[in-house]
Design a protein around this ligand. Structure first.
Ligand code: T4K
Length: 367
């Protein structure tokens, strides 16, 4: 029996490349707390992402919590966000003592509907936290214009948007700040890891200190902070993977083309939009099954699964529907997000997925 095809598969460098990279850690015995590997990776990522200000973190989730804390948003203030995301986005708001206010998404690229943000602003609103879901970039101009008008911070969850640029602007340069995830399942991984990019250079020191328990020096601890540092082994993986990420993205573009060829013309199968406004990293391959398709989303999910194809319902349920937030926060009017979340499947996507396997997946969907 052939092996299951999972929704993704981590990119890894050659074993020798990695062991070579970590060799000096055996000499130094310096394993974490911003050693040589983390410092080098930080500089390399600043260059790759074309940003002046970047701090590494232990994962993408803590990157969100750190930036929300560093921006000193008033405790209990409201953050307008999308429910069509991984729970991490909403959890970060809540865990920082802020209140999520859910805005619907646009049905074209599934990002926050910028035209619906203004109606949700109150005197308690402090920030907007949109998500470049699947690497689809939000309507940054509209969002930032509204933010300027009401003096709000904009923090983009760019967990899916590593290496993407929007109208020629590297995605990490949008808004007041952006966060990236370098989790094993991402286009670019450091095993676990993340980064924050930001406009105001004075935030560097604050983020550094919050990331390290809020410690300024041995006798001064001005902030309450977690331990959110990237360790040296993760940073070494990041240094290796960064050498190959452009090739990985190219390979993913071949997989995407094979999917588009195989699925074009199937009634009721709607593919992710292609926009001239942005580059793509092919992080995910989402498909919406409309009423014209022969099966429901759950039926095609099961059918794929029976054939060893493990697609995922990213992102279902919406974050404003999960038990943790039931009767805690107003779930708002997010009917478009609700509809999309019940129709979407992300199909397997990774650099080494063969075009034969893609064809097999498309044939099952075509029935
Ligand atoms: N914001 C957004 C919008 C996000 O999507 C995420 C994370 C975050 C923030 C937070 O960033 P991090 O704190 O995670 O850095 C996964 C990931 O754990 C999560 O990083 C990701 N989003 C989310 C969308 O998906 P699961 O529970 O679905 O992953 P899992 O373990 O089922 O893995 C999926 C497939 O990946 C497996 O079937 C096989 C493959 N895989 C997995 C692992 C763990 C590998 O090939 N290697 C591996 O090591 O959550």
């Amino acid at each position: 029996m052939s092996k299951d095809i999972l929704v993704t598969r981590s990119s890894m460098p050659d074993f020798d490349e990695y062991t070579n990279e970590i060799k000096e850690l055996w000499d130094s015995h310096w394993l974490t707390n911003h050693g040589v590997k983390a410092r080098l990776l930080k500089e390399q990522l600043k260059e790759y992402l074309s940003t002046d200000n970047l701090e590494l973190t232990v994962n993408g989730h803590m990157a969100l919590e750190l930036i929300l804390t560093a921006l000193k948003l008033p405790y209990g203030s409201e953050v307008i966000t999308t429910p069509f995301t991984f729970v991490s986005t909403t959890h970060s708001i809540v865990r920082c003592g802020l209140k999520p206010v859910f805005c619907d998404i646009n049905p074209d690229n599934y990002t926050i509907d910028a035209d619906k943000i203004e109606a949700l602003i109150t005197d308690k609103t402090s920030a907007i936290l949109p998500v470049h879901v699947y690497g689809n970039i939000c309507d940054a101009e509209k969002i930032e214009k509204i933010a300027d008008k009401y003096n709000l911070k904009v923090i983009y969850d760019a967990a899916h948007a590593f290496s993407v640029s929007y109208k020629g602007i590297p995605v990490g340069c949008l808004g007041d700040a952006s966060i990236f995830s370098f989790h094993a399942t991402k286009v670019y991984n450091t095993i676990e890891g993340g980064a924050i990019t930001f406009k105001d250079p004075s935030l560097s020191k604050v983020i550094e200190e919050i990331r390290d328990f809020g410690i300024h020096d041995e006798e001064s601890i001005p902030f309450v902070g977690p331990n959110a540092k990237m360790n040296e082994f993760a940073a070494a993986m990041g240094i290796c993977n960064l050498r190959h990420v452009d090739d990985e993205i190219k390979k993913r573009s071949i997989v995407e083309k094979a999917y588009r060829d195989g699925l074009s013309g199937i009634k009721g199968v709607k593919l992710n939009p292609v926009s001239e406004n942005q580059t793509r990293n092919h992080a995910y391959f989402p498909v919406i099954f409309t009423d014209e398709y022969k099966l429901s989303r759950d039926e095609i999910f099961n059918k794929l699964s029976e054939n060893g194809i493990k697609s995922r319902k990213y992102f279902y349920p919406l974050t404003n529907e999960i038990e943790a937030y039931k009767d805690v926060f107003d779930s708002g009017n997010t009917s478009i997000a609700r509809d999309i979340s019940r129709r979407v499947l992300t199909l397997p996507m990774y650099a080494d997925l063969s075009t034969d396997d893609v064809k097999r997946i498309c044939d099952i969907i075509a029935l």
